[in-house]
Design a protein around this ligand. Structure first.
Ligand SMILES: *Cc1c(COP(=O)(O)O)cnc(C)c1O
Length: 495
């Protein structure tokens, strides 16, 4: 059955999956949502003998219904290949009786690779289907992880170019080095004098500049977005939950139909929303545990029904979760309102006006499968040290937030359902915080000394993504003021 994509904010005409991927955002400023959540049409037993690529097809074909089998399988084959350092794409490690689902074995060693390795292919296939001749120019503002994953995904992809703006003094040295050493003639990286919000606002301004758009069209270009609200990023994320369940079943860790709980370190609410969709497709998931760091807007929301961003922004050791507006939560709100765009639009207007909204009792009742928790900086560090001490397994700071929250959940509820923790980054990406959590004696080491020491104590080879940047030449040294961002884009496109 065909799935069409509606807006979370109005009754505008639904569009096909490929159009939703090309557009990214709806015209009324809302997000695209499927008009119904399709059910899995293979049994869990059938899925349990499939590879990651095969399960990706079984899940994605149900959502991207205007793609042919050949198109979709070709996108999948080109995305989940040797860029991943393991054939099984998303391996699992058991520690302290919990399953860590490692989503960081792709090109940039963060879970963003799971979706950003396939998005470029989905986007070019969508352009072809809709007879778009223009070259697609991806504009991205990043606070670190998304930028590199998007660059790696789009580098060398025919018919696309990518421009990434990052805050010059707002990313970690490893993150900056990863970006400025990016190869590929179709890539362009610019540091701005400003913070992430300035970069984001600047990009949005470029998107809505009609004169620039007209100039671009004349030269055969059009903009698109690799942002996490694109449905082309959400759908590929559903795959690994189904795959994780299938592997547990295949290996006899669970029985067919047995429920599992899922624990997700959350920022923009994309990853956990994918788990929610998986559950609604019929995957036996019990609780969805939403883990936050000290920016605990979501914890407060699940506890009180009030979403309130009016608070201090805290910089933590899990920066990819330092966020006060979780964009993808809008999709859940819309579903909890009974797929009612008007009710959702009112709440979103309150969020942009007063920075706060409150959902109804009836909507809250729909959220009982979610459990919100948060971990302080000290709890996060303690969790890294404890798990390393008990199992010799080193986890990154984001994953540690989730492991800490899961500990609280299990103690509070006594729920012993088998649990999967989404492990979203390699510890090598946040080496300093991770090593400091294990022992303060590491304080004085340089970044790359820490990398080698982590490799030694964890008995894990240094990932290629880190090895590569040790000696890689800087290929991008562009820096600009915020108001020069449009000029930088023009320069890159030779307009
Ligand atoms: C992006 C990111 C997250 C948050 O994921 P959302 O889908 O935005 O909730 C968590 N951990 C890491 C390492 C990330 O890069």
């Amino acid at each position: 059955m065909e799935v069409l994509y509606k807006s979370t904010r109005s009754g505008q005409e639904p569009v096909s999956a490929s159009i939703a991927i090309l557009k990214g955002l709806t015209e009324d400023g809302g997000l695209f949502v499927p008009d119904h959540i399709p059910a899995l049409d293979k049994s869990l037993k059938e899925l349990s003998v499939m590879s990651y690529q095969e399960i990706a097809y079984e899940v994605m074909k149900l959502y991207l219904t205007d793609f042919t089998e050949e198109e979709l399988k070709s996108c999948i084959a080109r995305a989940y290949d040797k860029k991943f350092d393991t054939d099984i794409i998303a391996p699992r490690t058991e520690a302290e009786g919990v399953f860590f689902l490692e989503l960081f074995h792709g090109a940039t060693i963060a879970f963003k690779d799971m979706a950003l390795s396939i998005l470029p292919h989905l986007l070019t296939a969508s352009a072809k289907k809709n007879h778009i001749q223009n070259e697609i120019v991806i504009l991205t503002a990043t606070s670190g992880d998304t930028g590199k994953a998007a660059l790696a995904g789009f580098a060398g992809v025919e018919g696309t170019r990518i421009v990434v703006f990052y805050p010059k003094n707002g990313v970690s040295p490893i993150q900056e080095k990863q970006m400025v050493t990016q190869k590929g003639d179709n890539t362009f990286v610019v540091g701005i004098h400003g913070n992430f919000d300035d970069a984001q606002t600047g990009v949005k301004k470029i998107f809505s500049d009609r004169r620039l758009a007209a100039e671009m069209a004349k030269q055969g270009f059009q903009f698109s977005s690799a942002n996490s609200i694109n449905i082309g990023r959400l759908v590929p994320q559903i795959v690994y939950y189904v795959y994780a369940y299938a592997r547990l079943l295949a290996e006899g860790k669970i029985k067919e139909g047995q429920r599992i709980n899922v624990v997700v370190p959350t920022g923009n609410f994309g990853n956990i929303l994918a788990a929610f969709y998986a559950r609604n497709m019929g995957l036996p998931i019990g609780r969805l545990v939403c883990a936050s760091n000290e920016n605990k807007v979501l914890y407060d929301f699940f506890r009180t029904g009030v979403y309130d961003r009016n608070r201090e922004f805290v910089l933590t050791s899990s920066p990819s979760m330092d966020i006060l507006i979780s964009s993808n939560l809008e999709r859940l709100i819309y579903h909890m309102a009974g797929d009612d765009p008007e009710q959702n639009a009112r709440l979103m207007a309150a969020l942009s006006g007063q920075g706060r909204y409150e959902i109804t009792e009836q909507m809250r009742a729909g959220l009982q499968d979610f459990y919100g928790g948060y971990a302080t900086e000290a709890e996060t560090a303690d969790t890294i040290r404890r798990i390393y001490g008990s199992c010799g397994y080193v986890i990154d700071t984001h994953t540690a937030v989730a492991a800490s929250v899961y500990g609280k959940y299990a103690r509070e509820t006594g729920d012993r359902t088998p649990a999967i923790i989404a492990s979203t980054a390699s510890p090598f990406k946040f080496t300093r915080s991770v090593m400091n959590a294990i022992d303060h004696k590491y304080d004085s080491m340089t970044d790359f000394e820490l990398v080698d020491e982590l490799s030694r104590i964890a008995n894990v080879a240094v990932p290629a993504a880190i090895e590569e940047i040790r000696s890689a030449p800087v290929l991008h040294d562009n820096i600009c003021e915020v108001d020069e961002m449009p000029d930088m884009v023009k320069r890159f496109l030779k307009l």
